[in-house]
Each structure stands twice: as structure tokens, then as C-alpha cells.
Design a protein around this ligand. Structure first.
Ligand SMILES: Cc1cc2nc3c(=O)[nH]c(=O)nc-3n(C[C@H](O)[C@H](O)[C@H](O)COP(=O)(O)OP(=O)(O)OC[C@H]3O[C@@H](n4cnc5c(N)ncnc54)[C@H](O)[C@@H]3O)c2cc1C
Length: 433
């Protein structure tokens, strides 16, 4: 059996090792170092472009759980990451150069993997896995467009934070849609005047992350008008102290149950049908993660909010997977072309590796589904469930179905999720053997 894999980043490297160890011949295409992306700095495979952390290893975290599930599914890159680990408490942080070199060496020495250092800009006619990531080259984007239809490929990813429903203060937040139109899908966080101005001041004083040069280029290029829809909340605050209260946080039609109109209102939109996670509407941001936690916890009702995902804005090419791909993540009009990693609409290093691992199990093993109680199962489900505004998803407990019995204590609840997920994943893996 033979497969082309385009892109030797995290997803592509994982998939290449999986197929090769299973005896497949792998044609692995990587355009670096001849053609670089705007964020990569070397020609090595599996280069981490920003932080050096694969996040927590603790089983009581969603990221730790995803890693444990991936271990059961036979992940190849995480053990290599462990070999390059640096001290970081409970997190798996690595020496990124050592990791990229180790992955490159392991792949280069594999007799079943044939490396082609070239940019691919046409979709091949034979079995192919595309793992070109959020910085897919423009020429390949052009080749993909005719197969995707209008508006099915996104370039910017403006993500607002997501918080856990059970960490909100329900004495403060209240359910209501503006002017009571439609279903009351929103929770509302009401600001007094003082609270609102304190929040705006904090945004203005916040520590911001340095945008990559290419991000700056995109953000300031008026050609990309659509960017206005994802202006960071801190940029809106900078434009004027009342910009938010007259814009995304305007209070009209959102009176409190007492009938009183707040000075400003932040709306929270449910993220899933379980109502277990909420998105901070309009709060896409480039702030550093600790700053996001500190500042968004100033919002009334969010004082103890648990952040399931932080906000971010960066160039991110990803498909509207539920509309353009089949359930096995192959192109609807070219079913021999499969996709894996961040380009499918997962978010994060570990999640992208999972994407490569998943693609292998689907293509080589004919995998049809993963247990719905697992993070892996729900990430896959996210990619095939049509929604109005499809956005990349990372591992978080909010995507899991609720537990059979309600557990109030947070830590115990998370461990219960983990136990349930791992038990079902073990059963699943045993059945596949
Ligand atoms: C600027 C930026 C910062 C990020 N920071 C983080 C972070 O700190 N933590 C985190 O968890 N996630 C982060 N992410 C998100 C994501 O986890 C990473 O982008 C991750 O590397 C994605 O893995 P991947 O395998 O899908 O793509 P990549 O790892 O990017 O691999 C894709 C590969 O395909 C190659 N390629 C592209 N086009 C072609 C072509 N036409 N022909 C041949 N090869 C091609 C590229 O050179 C690259 O090697 C960040 C993303 C970006 C863009």
C-alpha cells in the first residue's frame, strides 16, 4: 500500500510514522526549507512554531486526558516528545529543537518513508493525506478552492475564550436574548458603570503578545475587510472608552430580571447542546493567557470562571470540514484526498498530532467512530457536525456529554470524566484488536 502525505508538521509526521510502521510506502512531501511558512524557522519536521508546551499531563485535565487516549490509540510522537521533555511541573514542555531533530531523524531513517522536499500545488490522483496546517501555502490553497465552494476555507481564526458553565455565578448572570427575540440561548453578565470602566482600563493596560510580522501585515491590510469582524476586544477598548458599551457590549434590550438596565452587558453564547460551556461573545483577543484570565475574571459573574479555551487570533487556514469533508475526513468531491491536523478545524499541538493519528486509523484501519465519551471522539464529531459558525476546537471537558450522575466538586468531576473516557477507550481499543 502507498500513500502521499503533504506536510511534515505535527499531523503529517505522526501519520507518516504510523503508516510506515504498518508497512505502507509513504511519499512524504515537505516544502521547507526551500519554501518557508511565515512562522516556521527551520527545515526540520514537527517544528513547534510558538510555545514549547504540549500542555498538561494530569489526567484531571482535558489535555492530559487527550494524551492518555492518544497513548491508547498508539501515538508515536508523544513518546518522542517525552524523550525531549524539560522540567515544567505537570505539563509536557519540550526542548523544541531536540524534538524536531529527533522526529526528523526518526522519519529520515525509516526505510518505508520517501522524503520529497518540495511544495505541492496540485491535488494528486492517488491516495493522499493533506496535513499542511494553518499556514498551508497559497498555491495549494488555490488548488483546494474549486473543491470547497464559497466561504468554505477560512484564513483568520479569531477565537474568543470559552468558560465552563458550572464555574459561573448564577446570582449575577441571567438568561435573556436581546428584546426577548428567539430562544434564550444567551447568558448575560451585567456591568455597573464602575465595573465597566475598570474592565476597559484593564484591557488598555494589559500585556499583549507580539504579533508575528505576517499577522501585522494581515491585520493592517485594508484589503482584508473581513478582519473588522474579528477586531480584538483590546483594540476596540483602545479606540475609545465607550466603544464596547456602544458596540458588542451594548445593554439595550438586555434588562436584568428586575427590569433595571445595566451600563453594559457581556453576552455568553452556549458552545454545545449540553450547555456546559459558554463563549464570551466579541472577546476575541491577542492578550497573553494569564492576562486573559485576570482581565476576563473582572467581568461580573465570571470572577471564578474556569477557562476551557483561551482566545487567540492568528492566520489559520482551515476548512469548513462539516460542509466540505465526508465523515472519514476525505474531500466530498475527491474521496481519495484525506485531511488531518489543524487544517481540518482542530486547534493546538496535541490536537494536531491527534489529527494525524486519527487519519491513519481511518485510512489504514477503516475506523468509523470513536466512543462519544472520549475527547478524541468528540473532536472528530466536531469536525463532522454542521454548525452556523464553524470554529477550530481544542480538547476541553465542555465537549464531553454530561456525566450520568451530577458531581459537584470540580476536581472529582474531572476525574470522573477521565475515568469514564479511558474505560470506554480501552474497551474500544480491545475490540479493534
Ligand atoms: C503562529 C501560530 C502560533 C501557534 N502557536 C501555538 C501554540 O503555542 N500552542 C499550540 O498548541 N498551538 C499553536 N498553534 C496552532 C497549531 O497547534 C500549530 O500550528 C500546529 O503546528 C499545527 O499542526 P499541523 O500538523 O496541522 O500543521 P504544521 O505543524 O504547521 O505542519 C504543516 C506542514 O506543512 C508544510 N506545508 C504547507 N504547505 C505545503 C505545501 N503546499 N507543500 C508541502 N508542504 C507544505 C509546512 O511547511 C509545515 O511543515 C499556532 C499556530 C500558528 C499559525
Amino acid at each position: 500500500m502507498q500513500i502521499n502525505i503533504i506536510g511534515a508538521g505535527l499531523a503529517g509526521s505522526e501519520a507518516a510514522l504510523q503508516f510506515a510502521d504498518a508497512g505502507w510506502q509513504v511519499m512524504l512531501y515537505e516544502m521547507r526549507p526551500h519554501k518557508m511558512t511565515p512562522a516556521h524557522e527551520t527545515g526540520e519536521f514537527a517544528e513547534l512554531v510558538c510555545s514549547n508546551s504540549f500542555k498538561s499531563l494530569l489526567p484531571s485535565t482535558a489535555s492530559g486526558l487527550l494524551k492518555a487516549e492518544m497513548e491508547l490509540l498508539g501515538c508515536k510522537l508523544l513518546p518522542l516528545a517525552q524523550e525531549c521533555a524539560v522540567p515544567a511541573g505537570n505539563a509536557l514542555a519540550i526542548d523544541r529543537s531536540a524534538f524536531a531533530e529527533l522526529v526528523t531523524q526518526t522519519i529520515s531513517e525509516h526505510t518505508n518513508i520517501h522524503i520529497m522536499r518540495e511544495e505541492v500545488f496540485e491535488l494528486p490522483d492517488d491516495l493522499t493525506l493533506v496535513t499542511t496546517g494553518p499556514l498551508t501555502s497559497d498555491k495549494l490553497v488555490q488548488a483546494l478552492l474549486p473543491h470547497l465552494g464559497e466561504q468554505q476555507l477560512y484564513f483568520f481564526d479569531a477565537i474568543a475564550p470559552i468558560v465552563a458553565a458550572d464555574s459561573l455565578d448564577y446570582n449575577v448572570v441571567y438568561r435573556k436574548t436581546r428584546y426577548d427575540k428567539g430562544e434564550a440561548d444567551y447568558l448575560n453578565c451585567p456591568f455597573t458603570k464602575d465595573e465597566y470602566y475598570r474592565f476597559v482600563e484593564a484591557l488598555n493596560a494589559a500585556e499583549k503578545h507580539e504579533a508575528h510580522e505576517f499577522e501585522n501585515e494581515f491585520f493592517h491590510n485594508t484589503k482584508f475587510n473581513f478582519y473588522e469582524n474579528c477586531t480584538p476586544v483590546e483594540e476596540l477598548a483602545r479606540r475609545g472608552k465607550d466603544t464596547l458599551s456602544f458596540g458588542v457590549m451594548r445593554p439595550v434590550g438586555l434588562e436584568k430580571p428586575s427590569g433595571e438596565r445595566p451600563f453594559a452587558v457581556l453576552q455568553l453564547r452556549t458552545e454545545n447542546s449540553n450547555w456546559s460551556a459558554y463563549n464570551l461573545v466579541g472577546c476575541q483577543t491577542m492578550l497573553r493567557y494569564p492576562e486573559q484570565k485576570r482581565i476576563f475574571q473582572l467581568i461580573p459573574g465570571l470572577e471564578n470562571a474556569e477557562f476551557l479555551r483561551y482566545g487567540s487570533i492568528h492566520r489559520n487556514t482551515y476548512l469548513n470540514a462539516p460542509e466540505t469533508l465526508n465523515e472519514n475526513l476525505s474531500l466530498k468531491d475527491k474521496p481519495h484526498i484525506f485531511f488531518g491536523g489543524q487544517i481540518t478545524g482542530v486547534e493546538g499541538y496535541t490536537e494536531s498530532i491527534f489529527g494525524g493519528l486519527l487519519a491513519y486509523h481511518i485510512i489504514a484501519g477503516g475506523l468509523k467512530s470513536l466512543p462519544e465519551t472520549t475527547i478524541s471522539g468528540q473532536l472528530w464529531r466536531h469536525l463532522i457536525t454542521p454548525v452556523k459558525n464553524f470554529q477550530p476546537m481544542n480538547a476541553n471537558f465542555g465537549i464531553l456529554p454530561p456525566l450520568e450522575k451530577n458531581i459537584r466538586e470540580k476536581q472529582k468531576k474531572k476525574l470522573a470524566y477521565t475515568e469514564r473516557s479511558l474505560a470506554t477507550m480501552r474497551q474500544h481499543v480491545a475490540k479493534q484488536k
